[in-house]
Design a protein around this ligand. Sequence first.
Ligand code: FE2
Ligand code: FE2
Length: 254
Amino acid sequence: MTPQDNSVARLYRLAQSARSGQWSLERDIDWSRRPRLPFWMRRAQARRALSQLYHGEMATSRLCEALLADPTEERYEVRSCLGLQLQDERRHAAAYQRYLDALGGIEPLDDGLQRALTAARHGPFGNLGAMLAYHVVIEGELLRLHGVLAQFLPCPLLRDINRLVGRDEARHVAFGKIYLAEAVQALSEAERRALYAWLEDLWQKAAQGVLNRRRTNLAIAAFFRRWLGGGWTRHAQALDRLGLPATSAREQAA
Ligand SMILES: [Fe+2]
Ligand SMILES: [Fe+2]
């Protein structure tokens, strides 16, 4: 079995587990419960933070649609994984939308995140760059955020949503690792370096945007500083495992 056959088999297995792991908003979540926030958090703050998750899900569904519309990607196992991911992302967005409706509605996407998502979609590396940015950087962050939310927002309804969403996201990250490692292998050394530098720059700008925002709640401001401190190192390790060398943007420019 060649490594490529092996990745085909792994993608088939992932698609199979995505099919059997489909859950339903109505059947699997008890919506008779109301959102429960900690005493120190205002509803508007919770709405703003959770709305970013909703917009992230919507942006990821749009990326899946664009990838599925690409006629050059003909592999059945890849298209199956992407099609199932699209269903997952739409379901995730619907779950967060329903939760946010109970909190008073969806807030707009943060400007910095909007810029990062637009830059990720329209960068010089086309769909491959967009997938890398979304899968490694954005979905990786979302998975981590779910863990933190479970700790800070002890809301049983949100915990149930995040548990189901997190299970799907872990599968999307697994798909990204298989698909992207192969795509990265096909690039030249110079292209890999440039791609790495572009991703690092994208993440640093988004992180700076999040850090520079004025916050009245000091606990939340401190939380974001801790969150982003050393954040790129984790992504650099993930990118390294995909075959992208850890070259900093500064070295790239030198
Ligand atoms: Fe999602
Ligand atoms: Fe996802």
